[in-house]
Design a protein around this ligand. Structure first.
Ligand code: AKB
Length: 309
């Protein structure tokens, strides 16, 4: 492939797995983050970068002749509610600065993840279609919806090619940090460490989830297709399987663990209640010809195996 890729926010939940996949297919990858990586933890070149520093982003694009940017810098849903204004500044700032720094440079395509957080009770939560009414009620969801409007604007004017997927809860062996769906990873960690878990969501709260490797294949496929195949100027729904805390813990225990759960709902319950139980991702599957590989059980089995305790 030999793209020249800049990953922004590379030390979060998603970065490492993307870096591995991109290096494997022969791309040049430059990782960046506002935090510093642990020594010997980086498989590619790394630069310190504040995603709000437009001048530095531009300098890096020019120096490394970057052709694609994956912008993962964001404050997630639950953490975002603790300081909504900073969440707005970071999430919107990081998108706008990256787009602005990329205009009239070697950058051809930008990937920016949206989220199921754009939806709300008005969206038909039993199975949410791609383009429906959206009234997000978290600041994170508001920034994702506003970001989708920004990307549509740039795409429709032909000023920049920005692509996006609305990620569901991502199951990974890396820590998520600040999301409403984080319990899926935390339960796996506790099961492996043989510790009990206190779940912030009600046991019957169903949400869409996906294995991180399926997120990576879906995203790389989207970034690789000709522009003509993409039938929306905004973001695509993406789904894989649906689960609830009770179902997920049963799946984990069916693998031979004995995870004990106490349910103690907090403010995250209200967020989860405003999100889809399932998403209709037929538009993405039709345009991109993608299918997930991991079902619920295979996801739990594969990720728990990877966890280092
Ligand atoms: C979160 O819970 O905030 C994220 C998301 C679904 O966007 N994982």
């Amino acid at each position: 492939m030999n793209n020249r890729i800049l990953i922004i926010g590379a030390l979060g939940q998603l970065g490492g797995v993307f870096i591995e996949a991109l290096l494997k297919r022969g791309d040049f990858v430059l990782a960046s983050d506002i935090n510093t990586p642990k020594k010997d933890n980086m498989k590619c070149e790394f630069v310190f970068l504040d995603a709000l520093n437009e001048r530095k982003i531009k300098k890096i694009i020019l120096k490394y002749n970057i052709s694609q940017i994956y912008n993962f810098a964001a404050v997630l849903s639950a953490k975002g509610e603790k300081d909504p204004m900073t969440t707005w500044d970071i999430n919107m700032g990081a998108l706008l600065k990256v787009v602005k720094a990329s205009l009239n440079t070697s950058v051809q395509t930008i990937f920016w993840p949206s989220s199921i957080a754009v939806f709300s009770k008005h969206s038909g939560l039993a199975c949410v279609k791609n383009d429906v009414t959206m009234f997000p009620n978290t600041m994170y969801g508001i920034t994702k919806l506003a970001g989708e409007k920004i990307m549509s604007y740039y795409n429709e004017k032909g000023l920049m090619d920005i692509r996006s997927i609305r990620y569901p809860g991502v199951v990974s062996s890396t820590e998520p940090g600040g999301g409403t769906t984080d319990y899926v990873v935390e339960m796996l960690q506790n099961a492996k460490e043989n510790k009990p878990y206190t779940c912030p969501l009600r046991k019957d709260t169903v949400l869409p989830m996906i294995h991180i490797k399926d997120v990576v294949t879906a995203t790389l496929e989207l970034m690789g297709v000709e522009k003509e195949k993409i039938s929306t100027s905004g973001a695509y729904n993406l789904g894989s399987f649906e689960t609830s805390p009770e179902k997920w813990s049963n799946t984990i225990n069916s693998l031979g663990y004995s995870l004990k759960i106490t349910y103690k709902e907090d403010f995250r319950q209200k967020i989860a209640d405003s999100w889809p139980k399932k998403v209709d991702d037929s538009l993405f599957r039709r345009d991109i010809a993608w299918e997930p590989i991991y079902d619920e059980r295979a996801t739990a089995e594969d990720i728990i195996e990877q966890l280092v305790i």
